[in-house]
Design a protein. Sequence first.
Length: 175
Amino acid sequence: MEIQVGQSVLELEEGDITRQDTEAIVNAANTSLLGGGGVDGAIHRAGGPKILEECRQLGGCPTGEARITTGGNLQARYVIHTVGPVYRDGLHREPELLASCYRESLKLATAKGIKTVAFPSISTGAYGYPLAAAARIALQTVKAYLAEHPEIERVRFVLFGRAAYAAYETALKGL
Ligand code: AR6
């Protein structure tokens, strides 16, 4: 499914973030930026040691912020690493921090002249953010950014499995 936002496209796809042909893919990292499981593990495995080497130089990343490295052996030229909130009860700034991840990642893309970006569903794996709520925040935030930033031509959400895709589809239809 895809929608037009101004001159840009926002699209949903079921698949694997490491196999995307966008200029940048986004990593759901942790504050150390030194790797982990889920998306993070998959990106470092597919991209090779160059990414970790660059990450070591960055000295970590606070929750809600983003950093950029090259893409190593990935098809994508860049990896934008962002750190989602660990979900507790929704009352600890989780919505605000999750929105910030998407916004800060796209700001980095704009600063680097990157026109196409693929995101995973940040915080909805190991960090436990409920999928429907996370999908709403992700899509609202990206849509609002695209409305103001036509320089980003395409944002693709790459959802892992049917359930994640369905949650994002429902959220997108409800925007
Ligand atoms: N492509 C796209 N989506 C994926 C892939 C993939 N290859 N693999 C998993 N997902 P998670 P988080 C989905 O846990 O919740 C790491 O250890 C997955 O089904 O990767 O932000 C980090 O180092 C889920 O919907 O990220 C951190 O410590 C979504 O991606 C911590 O996990 C996010 O799941 C970050 O947790």
